[in-house]
Design a protein around this ligand. Structure first.
Ligand SMILES: [Fe+2]
Ligand SMILES: [Fe+2]
Length: 199
C-alpha cells in the first residue's frame, strides 16, 4: 500500500494526529468557531440540566426519588462549573438564550415531576439519550489538538449515561404515556441544542 500513499502523507512526521475541523468543507465554520460552538451549547445544556432538576426537586424533594434527583443535580452542577470555566478561559460568547433555558428547564422539570416520579425519570431518560448522542458526536469531531476538552466531554457523557440508567432503574418506563412523553422531551432537547449552538 505504501506506493499508493499520497505525497502529502509523507510530509507528516508521524501517524497523522487528528485535528479538530479537519473534515470541514468550504463554507463550514472555522476550527475556532466549531470549538466555541461546542463550549457554548454544552454550557447551555448543563445549565438547562441544573434547572430541570431544580424544577423536579421543587415538586419531589420529599418523595422517594428525592435522593436520586439530588445526586443527579449535584453532578450537573459540576458539569456546569466546568463549562462556565471553559467559557471564561477561552472567551467564548455564552448563549443569548440563557434566560429562556432558566425558565424552560425549570418548567420542564416541574411539569414532569407533577405528572409523577416515573414521569420525572422518563424526562431524564429522554434528555440523557439526546445528550449521550450529542456528546458522542462532539468527542468524535474533536481532534488530538483538543484532547483535554474531548476527555471532559467523554467523562461527562459517561455521567449522563449513568443518569439515564438510574432513571430507568427508578421506573421511568412505567410512566404513563412514556413513548409520547420521551418523544416530546427529546424533540425539545434537540431544538434547544440547535438553538444554543447558534444563538
Ligand atoms: Fe450534565
Ligand atoms: Fe445528566
Amino acid at each position: 500500500m505504501s506506493d499508493a500513499r499520497k505525497p502529502a502523507d509523507e510530509e507528516l512526521p508521524r501517524a497523522h494526529p487528528k485535528v479538530t475541523g479537519e473534515d470541514a468543507l468550504p463554507g463550514d465554520p472555522s476550527r475556532e468557531e466549531q470549538i466555541a460552538r461546542m463550549i457554548r451549547v454544552d454550557q447551555a445544556g448543563e445549565y438547562g440540566a441544573v434547572r430541570i432538576y431544580a424544577g423536579q426537586l421543587a415538586v419531589l424533594r420529599r418523595s422517594g426519588s428525592g435522593e436520586a434527583i439530588r445526586a443527579m443535580a449535584a453532578t450537573e452542577r459540576e458539569h456546569l462549573q466546568r463549562f462556565d470555566d471553559l467559557v471564561a478561559d477561552r472567551g467564548v460568547r455564552p448563549t443569548a438564550l440563557q434566560p429562556l433555558w432558566h425558565v424552560a428547564g425549570y418548567a420542564l422539570g416541574a411539569a414532569t415531576a407533577l405528572l409523577g416520579e416515573r414521569a420525572a425519570m422518563a424526562c431524564t431518560v429522554a434528555v440523557e439519550e439526546v445528550i449521550d448522542r450529542h456528546y458522542a458526536d462532539q468527542a468524535e469531531r474533536l481532534g488530538d489538538d483538543e484532547a483535554d476538552l474531548r476527555g471532559t466531554i467523554e467523562k461527562f457523557r459517561a455521567d449522563e449515561i449513568e443518569h439515564k440508567d438510574e432513571a430507568l432503574a427508578n421506573g421511568a418506563e412505567g410512566a404513563p404515556g412514556y413513548e409520547l412523553l420521551t418523544g416530546a422531551v427529546k424533540a425539545g432537547s434537540r431544538l434547544a441544542i440547535w438553538l444554543s449552538t447558534r444563538f
